[in-house]
Design a protein around this ligand. Sequence first.
Ligand code: CA2
Length: 154
Amino acid sequence: MAQASAATIYVLNGPNLNMLGTREPETYGHAKLADVEKLCAETAAQFGMKAECRQSNREGELIDFIHEAHAKKVAGIIINAGGYSHTSIALHDALVAVKIPTVEVHISNIHAREEFRRHSVIAPAAVGQIAGFGTASYLLGLDAARAVVQQGRR
Ligand code: CA2
C-alpha cells in the first residue's frame, strides 16, 4: 500500500526575525533564525510532519507565502508575523481566506510589553496563540499544530 506523505506545516517569520541572535538577546535570545528553523524541521519530523520555513521583511511576500501554502495544500501554518502582527489587516485577511489552521507564535510575551504590542490583529484568524517561551514558542506551536491537524479543526 502507498505510504501517505507527511503533513507539511509552513513556518513563517516576518520582519526583522532574520536578525535573531544578533541583537536584543535579553528579549529574543541567542539562537539564530537558521537554528530555530533547523529545530522546527527536527521537531516536525519527530511529530511525523514536515516543516517548510520562510522569512520575509515584506508584507506582500508574507501574503504570497500564505497563498503558496494554500496552493500546496499544506496542513497548517505557524506564523510569527513580527511587527506586522500588530498592524496588518492584509495578513489577517490572507489567513482567513486560505482557511489553513494557523498557530500564531511570539518569542516574547507580547502581553507583558509595550501597549502597542499587546494587540494582535492576526489573532482572530488563528486557532490560537503561543507567546513568551523564547524560541521554544515555535516548538510548542508545532505541537499545537499537530493537535489541530489531528483533530481536523481549522
Ligand atoms: O516576540 C516576538 O516574537 C515578536 O513577534 C518579535 C517582533 C516584535 O515586533 C513583536 O512585537 C513580537 C520583533 C522581531 C524583531 O526581532 C529582532 C530580533 C533580534 C534583533 C532585532 C530584532
